[in-house]
Design a protein around this ligand. Structure first.
Ligand code: NDP
Ligand code: DGY
Length: 328
């Protein structure tokens, strides 16, 4: 009788319980993992992935040619516990016939909720106000003290009216937004109809929006999209929010725009690098609110992401349709 050949799976981090339980139940797989909450060092990753049939990774793991070479010819499936895929060398992966799973939709609501929270936190200056209460700066009610900018009757510009961009617009609509503008590679008339959102050029969006939210994917075309020119086109009273990826923004240009009063404020859930060094100039600015990439960070969402990532991996390894496969 032939012994049963187990498929080797390598998981680059401890993942939430639902995903882990799904992998543990897979009798046809031998699962190894980096048993830590911290990122796996490159050398350990190369060692772990060698000979693996499946890789379950996170957005902090760079899957490039070198890693694929280290994995070898067995590798058939890469499943990332993220919707963003900018950490994966997709051309190289496609060339090798490797299937890719990712986690769209299940994190849309949590990320949109965080984007709206960050926008309100930034435009109403909540961190500054909380600090004033703590440090005794709150001396009296004063007419213009701690004033910010309100959403009612405003124009909101969304860069990337995809799943998350639309979910942000849905949540902002009840705040009495007067007009939504959006950009993308092409108009999305069906999705835009719900918000009567107008498809415009990036310079027009920059110039006319009171609030700008970046919700696009990071690609060669969006890298550095929000740069000096972009910030110069913005209103001095406008507030900028990025929940996409840090590299969509030129951070030196953003610093200049914030420090020089070219724009009113910025809220960032994503930066370059991550974590942002604690001595980074952006952290010296009162008008810049920075969060540690927590868009999808609810217990429920992260558990669901891990389960979807595990199911994508297992389906791919078994030659079945994945619940969420990235079309390469
Ligand atoms: P979608 O694929 O649904 O949306 C991506 C959007 O990017 C689309 O609207 C697309 O517009 C837009 N886009 C692509 N190229 C360009 C371009 N050149 N100029 C302007 N827009 C462009 O993805 P999701 O909405 O699910 O996720 C979006 C991104 O959000 C992820 O890729 C990830 O990086 C980030 N993210 C961050 C999280 C966080 O924790 N902060 C959590 C989850 C996601 P079109 O197709 O119309 O061109
Ligand atoms: C993603 O999924 O791309 C986010 O950045 C983290 O949830």
């Amino acid at each position: 009788m032939n012994p049963v050949r187990l498929m080797k799976v390598f998981v680059t981090r401890r993942i939430p319980p639902e995903g882990w339980a799904a992998l543990a139940r897979a009798a046809d797989c031998q699962v190894e993992h980096w048993d830590s909450d911290e990122p796996i060092p490159d050398k350990e990753l190369e060692r772990g992935v060698a000979g693996a049939h499946g890789l379950l990774c996170l957005l902090t793991d760079r899957v490039d040619k070198r890693l694929l070479d280290a994995a070898g010819a067995n590798l058939k499936v890469i499943s990332t516990m993220s919707v963003g895929v900018d950490h994966l060398a997709l051309d190289e992966i496609k060339k090798r016939g490797i299937r890719v799973g990712y986690t769209p939709d299940v994190l849309t609501d949590a990320t949109a909720e965080l984007a709206v929270s960050l926008l309100l936190t930034t435009c109403r200056r909540l961190p500054e106000a909380i600090e004033e209460v703590r440090n005794g700066g709150w001396t009296s009610w004063k007419p213009l003290w701690m004033c910010g900018y309100g959403l009612t009757q405003s124009t909101v510009g969304i860069i990337g009216l995809g799943r998350i961009g639309q979910a942000i617009a849905q949540r902002l609509k009840p705040f009495g937004i007067q007009k939504f503008l959006y950009t993308g590679r092409q108009p999305r008339p069906q999705e835009a109809a719900e918000f009567q959102a107008e498809f415009v050029s990036t310079p027009k969006l920059a110039a006319e929006s009171d609030f700008i939210i970046v919700a696009c994917s990071l690609t060669p075309a969006t890298k550095g999209l929000c740069n000096k020119d972009f910030f110069q086109q913005m209103k001095k009273t406008a507030v900028f929010v990025n929940i996409s990826r840090g590299d969509v923004v030129n951070q030196d240009d953003l610093y200049q725009a914030l420090a020089g009063g070219q724009i009113a404020a910025a809220g960032l859930d994503v930066t370059t690098p991550e974590p942002l060094p604690t001595n980074h100039p952006l952290l010296t600015l009162k008008n810049c609110v920075i969060l540690p990439h927590i868009g999808s960070a609810t217990y429920g969402t992260r558990n669901t992401m891990s389960l979807l990532a595990a199911n994508n991996l297992l389906a791919g390894l078994r030659g079945e349709p994945m619940p969420s496969e990235l079309k390469l």
